[in-house]
Design a protein around this ligand. Structure first.
Ligand SMILES: CC(C)(COP(=O)(O)OP(=O)(O)OC[C@H]1O[C@@H](n2cnc3c(N)ncnc32)[C@H](O)[C@@H]1OP(=O)(O)O)[C@@H](O)C(=O)NCCC(=O)NCCS
Length: 168
């Protein structure tokens, strides 16, 4: 468990998943950041967000226990790619802009270092997702390259996907 002045970050429990699921749905339906399938039920979505060891899924909760967001991390590739971690993040729209995403990002980087990963790679950061790109750069990631027109943004049409990376 990790604590900042605002949030506690801990492994997700079943009740947390139920509470977080509307945020998962909201982010997917917004159509700007993740290419998960649309219209998933809570049980169908489980396999897209809840990691099994060696991966991990956590939630950020406030002092009252309200779930503000979630992150997941684990190996980016199996076998000979498994020394590189990847991660995904979602913060509820009501909680954004108050440091929750940064706290989750810092938590995941510390976790990946503790687990012995050599690097962390984000495979698909939507180039128009300015908040995420700025946050990941601030946390030490660089843009390796951009896959052109690989994401069909609801608001911007086909835009690029950044591959972002940092050594740990
Ligand atoms: C990306 C996301 C996780 C950020 O979470 P958050 O709690 O709003 O982020 P924070 O409040 O910790 O902001 C951290 C940094 O992000 C950047 N940022 C946040 N909102 C921003 C905005 N609207 N415009 C530009 N930069 C922004 C800033 O660099 C900010 O740094 P600061 O703390 O110095 O101001 C959140 O917006 C989200 O869940 N978005 C939808 C899903 C998503 O995009 N996930 C990531 C996909 S790669």
């Amino acid at each position: 468990m990790s604590r900042t002045s605002r949030t506690v970050i801990r492994e997700i429990a079943e009740d947390d998943w139920v509470e977080f699921f509307p945020t998962f749905t909201e982010v997917i339906e917004a159509g700007e950041t993740y290419a998960f399938p649309v219209g998933l039920s809570i049980d169908e979505a489980r396999g897209w967000w809840l990691e099994s060891p060696p991966g991990v899924t956590v939630v950020a909760v406030d002092e009252s226990g309200v779930v503000l967001g979630s992150a997941k991390s684990g190996p980016n590739r199996p076998g000979r790619g498994s020394h590189v971690a990847t991660a995904s993040f979602m913060v509820s729209s009501a909680a954004r802009g108050h440091g929750v995403g940064r706290a989750l990002g810092e938590w995941v980087l510390a976790w990946a270092r503790e687990q012995g990963y050599a690097a962390m790679q984000f495979n698909a950061v939507v180039e128009t997702n300015v908040a995420a790109v700025a946050l990941w750069q601030d946390l030490g990631f660089t843009i390796i390259g951009t896959v052109p027109e690989a994401f069909d943004s609801r608001g911007h049409g086909r835009v690029g996907l950044h591959v972002m990376h940092q050594h740990l």
